[in-house]
Design a binder for this molecule. Structure first.
Ligand code: PEP
Length: 248
């Protein structure tokens, strides 16, 4: 049985004081959740949010990291730094980072390896663009992204990886993949993992859906056979909405 994981990616929203307010409002609303609950604030909020969620069932994620432990990389944050302040999950290869910050499958793979090597659990984002979908390429795109992200990852480590299937055309647009379409792509991702690690391991890896998940579509998406939770952007910025998704 895979435990669903619902993670809220706050992107570049929420100052530290706003972040504390949001998480304090969220805590009682999700305290009985069956799903694993993760909030993913901007870097500067992480320490305050960590203190605010202490003793609750909410876990902490970061939105990105460098693969090196330290060095002359101005503006970057290392896995060691994230680990020391109590971060458990780290988003890797979000489409916004691939699109605006030149992330590639190669840097995604380096980051996944480094995160696992430092005891962080990567949430690896894959997903096709609208033109790729319209060209009938969605399955191939996610297959290739998944293979490249996991290249060289050992089977005992892959169980600590979460994959987020996020069709780019559905992120922040209000357009959601139908639950069946999302499930079909997620099955392809699971088959890809099975080709590398075998079906038993593939059946244990959690694969989320992300892309305009809202309180009113969460239940339908989550009831699909292979969707193990959600990576939520916009709707995670309102405690009531995010809690409704968590408690779908
Ligand atoms: C995201 O940021 O990963 C995301 C899915 O955003 P939204 O829910 O706003 O589409």
């Amino acid at each position: 049985m895979r435990r669903p994981i619902i993670a809220g990616n706050w992107k570049m929203y929420m100052t530290p004081s706003e972040a504390i307010n949001l998480v304090n409002e969220l805590k009682p609303l999700v305290s009985g959740a069956e799903a694993e609950v993760v909030v993913i604030p901007p870097f500067v909020d992480l320490i305050d949010v960590k203190k605010a969620i202490d003793g609750s069932n909410i876990k902490l994620g970061a939105q990105n990291m460098h693969w090196e432990e330290k060095g002359a990389f101005t503006g970057e944050v290392s896995p060691t730094m994230l680990k020391e302040i109590g971060v458990e999950y780290v988003v890797i290869g979000h489409s916004e980072r691939r699109q605006y910050f030149a992330e590639t499958d190669e840097t995604v793979n380096k980051k996944v390896k480094s995160a696992l090597g430092h005891g962080l659990k990567p949430i690896v984002c894959v997903g096709e663009s609208l033109s790729q979908r319209e060209a009938g390429e969605a399955f191939n795109v996610v297959r290739e992204q998944t293979k490249k992200a996991l290249d060289g990852i050992r089977s005992e480590d892959v169980l600590n990886v979460v994959i987020a299937y996020e069709p780019i055309w559905a992120i922040g647009t209000g357009k959601t993949a139908t639950s069946k379409d999302a499930n079909d792509v997620i099955k392809v991702i699971r088959e890809t993992i099975a080709d590398i690690y075998g079906i038993d391991i593939a059946n244990e890896v959690r694969i989320q859906y992300g892309g305009s998940v809202k309180p009113d579509n969460a239940k339908e998406l989550m009831s699909e056979s292979d969707i193990d939770g959600a990576l939520v952007g916009g709707a995670s910025l309102k405690a009531q909405d995010f809690a409704k998704i968590v408690n779908y």
